[in-house]
Write a protein that binds this ligand. Structure first.
Ligand SMILES: C[S@@+](CC[C@H](N)C(=O)[O-])C[C@H]1O[C@@H](n2cnc3c(N)ncnc32)[C@H](O)[C@@H]1O
Length: 247
């Protein structure tokens, strides 16, 4: 480490950090759950139900607590819209298990449709993608079924878009699209968007991740001529709320 970097580190530790912590503590005076402000309110640190399901899924998902909180909150919101839930990109089942938890709490009883090869990534497009074929192959359909459960969950193993066949009559109030690569994200948009009712939500997990430039390109291209404008979050996720007025 250079002399300059070392001096900067010491200055930060000895001067700026204590000052920041002091001001943060002062601003939190009188707030009962002050521990969940860092420096703004971060409910994923204190929400009791979420913390319990987070503890259950964290060894089975690539998502951080903050990204899981976004999925959890939007899935709960989507219960207000009529339609099934869908997840494209399941890997070891962490986010699918979280979604199963949300639908279990609903009286509307939506079904959760989950799509994956359960054997790893299909071939990629080197022009757009940084992943490699067969990434995420350390999983299996049997292991995911055991972890996520079978009640109200329909498994569609194989390659998307082939595995969307037969579901043309369904409507999806919530879709979590976590497939990382250009063609898979494009195929998901092409199937899910027309099957989403007004008010339904599409959550793209990897839109802003530097490891997934193809995901962002696919979303931007697909929505370029649609009325919706994806909301991009600092977590890397992007959210689309389907516009229109369904009868
Ligand atoms: C990042 S992982 C999903 C992570 C998971 N949601 C979690 O909770 O950690 C991406 C998954 O997408 C799947 N996938 C990508 N493209 C696919 C396609 N065209 N058909 C089927 N599965 C695909 C891969 O097999 C992989 O398991």
């Amino acid at each position: 480490m250079s002399h300059r970097t070392e001096r900067l580190k010491v200055a930060l530790r000895d001067n700026l950090l204590p000052g920041f912590l002091f001001r943060l503590r002062a601003a939190m005076q009188g707030i009962p759950d002050a521990g969940s402000y860092w420096p703004t309110f971060q409910p994923w640190r204190s929400h009791r139900e979420f913390r319990a399901i987070h503890a259950a899924v964290k060894g089975h998902t690539l998502l951080t607590a903050e990204r899981l909180w976004i999925v959890y909150s939007l899935a709960r919101q989507a219960l207000a819209t009529k339609g099934d839930f869908l997840e494209a990109g399941v890997y070891r089942g962490g986010t699918a298990r979280l979604l199963r938890h949300v639908i279990d709490s609903s009286r509307n009883a939506p079904v959760l449709h989950v799509f994956d090869t359960f054997k790893g990534m299909p071939s990629i497009d080197p022009k757009h993608d940084r992943h490699r074929e067969a990434d995420f192959s350390d999983t299996s359909l049997e292991a995911v079924m055991k972890f996520v459960g079978r009640d109200r969950v329909e498994y569609h193993p194989g390659f998307m878009p082939d595995t969307f066949r037969g579901l043309e009559g369904r409507r999806f109030a919530f879709a979590h699209i976590d497939v990382d690569i250009y063609k898979s994200v494009r195929d998901c948009c092409a199937f899910v968007y027309p099957h989403t009712p007004a008010g339904g939500l599409m959550v793209f997990d990897d839109y802003g991740l530097p490891s997934c430039p193809g995901a962002r390109a696919a979303v931007d291209e697909y929505f370029a001529d649609k009325p919706e404008f994806p909301l991009v979050l600092r977590t890397g996720q992007a959210i689309v709320v389907k516009a229109g007025n369904d009868p």
